[in-house]
Design a protein around this ligand. Structure first.
Ligand SMILES: C[S@@+](CC[C@H](N)C(=O)[O-])C[C@H]1O[C@@H](n2cnc3c(N)ncnc32)[C@H](O)[C@@H]1O
Length: 442
């Protein structure tokens, strides 16, 4: 006969109740286990182990508040057991009770190398609305426990919500290609979320389809697919652009100027000098999508005041290192163009390729430039006579029909000064077909 058969159904002392509890726990009878542990604790209220075991069993049957009470009694009786304190913090958090954040913070303070404590702290910080701090903790937990699925999923979720969908996709790669995603569809759904946030619905759909092929009822995949159906979402999102350039910032200058033969700033400067008929200084200049400041170098000699704005904070950091700009801000180009700001010149070197429809930008330019002020930009050229204004290409850059750009500029109150074919850079060794635009505000 096995032990479990010999154990009495209603034990009469703490030791027997504890033994019964463990037996029930290991045979998967969690509610029975919780009852037996609780009985043990009632027989011997000073027995910390009984309270902790009750907490553990109660946590397993999602009775988080009762679990917290059990762990709390155990910790009060014997505060030296790490696992009980961790159990208390987790139960407090699950139950939405006060004290979870502080308890996790103390655990992390004590043992900064505990992945479960870091993971829990990340969850508690996130619950408290401290998403950035939560992301830091989740990163640390993922480094310490790279094979922990919950940590990987929590990290990906935080990365998506803090606008770094690309990093989320990257962090999920080992799981997607290591076979884990076959057993645990949450990885594919998480990657689909990341691609959705990045404005790549086709990639998201492919992943969700593969989840539904295995389980047509998967609620998360169905839910996300339904939302994608409502929003074809082909446009590139600011989150994608920001993440792309945040990651690219370190090697941007080397790659662009070196490998890609990037000359957009020089083309713009030449166009502006020709439109003005001279190269005199004293202008108030704003560099839209300033990136690491390459156009700033070119336009500084014309500027009395030089401002820059970019979606990517890391690119702005690079621009700041140059010490060229009088003012720099992280944000959207159109939003940064305050009405009445009185700019004499706005430049956008290789930036409109990340913005599809240009009407909002031209409206903001019209309100922000002085009469007679100039706007100079490079675009990639969309050819063909289908009347299509712009198109997002496979390289995730927009090409614009020159007529569309000029028509939009005119409608907003600008006159064209220069519209010329040019090549701002190379791609795959071949020059990219582009257009140099310089407009004057009426
Ligand atoms: C190819 S880089 C060019 C950077 C810089 N103009 C140069 O010539 O080196 C494009 C830059 O535009 C920024 N960008 C794209 N869309 C933007 C927007 N809507 N508002 C502000 N910056 C934007 C990107 O973050 C990136 O730094």
């Amino acid at each position: 006969l096995s032990d479990s058969v010999c154990l009495p159904a209603t034990p009469s002392d703490a030791d027997t109740a504890l033994a019964l509890g463990y037996d029930r726990l290991y045979t998967g009878q969690r509610s029975e286990a919780a009852r037996a542990f609780h009985r043990a604790a009632v027989y011997a209220p000073g027995l910390a182990e009984a309270w902790a075991a009750a907490g553990e069993a109660l946590a397993l049957i999602s009775r988080a508040a009762d679990a917290a009470a059990g762990f709390d009694r155990a910790v009060r009786l014997d505060g030296g057991v790490w696992g009980w304190r961790l159990g208390l913090a987790e139960a407090l958090l699950d139950a939405g009770l006060p004290g979870a954040l502080e308890t996790f913070a103390a655990l992390v303070e004590e043992r900064g190398d505990s992945a479960p404590a870091l993971r829990g702290h990340a969850r508690a910080l996130d619950h408290d609305g401290q998403t950035g701090a939560a992301l830091d903790r989740a990163r640390e937990a993922a480094v310490l426990a790279p094979r922990n699925a919950e940590t990987a999923l929590a990290l990906a979720d935080l990365l998506i919500r803090t606008g770094d969908g690309l990093a989320a996709v990257e962090s999920l790669q080992p799981w997607l290609h290591g076979g884990a995603a076959d057993d645990d569809t949450r990885f594919r759904v998480a990657a689909a979320r990341a691609w959705t946030a990045l404005g790549e619905p086709a990639k998201a759909r492919a992943l969700l389809d593969s989840v539904l092929a295995r389980d047509p009822e998967d609620p998360d995949a169905r839910d996300l697919l339904a939302r994608l159906a409502d929003d074809p979402g082909a446009a590139m999102t600011p989150a994608y652009v920001r993440a792309l350039f945040d990651r690219y910032a370190e090697r941007f200058d080397r790659d662009l100027v070196g490998k890609l033969g990037y000359v957009a700033p020089a083309l713009l400067r030449d166009g502006v000098d020709r439109a003005r008929g001279h190269a005199g200084g004293g202008l108030r200049v704003i560099d839209l999508g300033c990136g690491s400041g390459l156009a700033g170098v070119t336009f500084r000699p014309l500027a009395d005041h030089l401002a820059g704005v970019d979606l990517s904070s890391r690119m702005v950091d690079k621009a700041r290192e140059r010490g060229l700009y009088d003012a720099l801000q992280v944000g959207d180009a159109a939003a940064a163009l305050e009405p009445g700001a009185g700019w004499d010149l706005a430049v956008a070197a290789d930036v409109l390729v990340y913005i599809g429809a240009l009407e909002p930008l031209f409206a903001a330019l019209a309100a922000s430039l002085v009469p007679g002020g100039l706007f100079a930009a490079t675009t990639e050229r969309l050819s063909g006579d289908a009347g299509e204004p712009f198109r997002l290409g496979p390289s995730r850059r927009y090409a614009h029909a020159p007529d569309y750009v000029t028509g939009t500029a005119r409608a907003a109150g600008f006159e064209p000064c220069l519209i010329e074919a040019c090549s701002p850079r190379r791609e795959g060794g071949a020059p990219v077909a582009g257009t140099l635009h310089v407009y004057r505000k009426r």
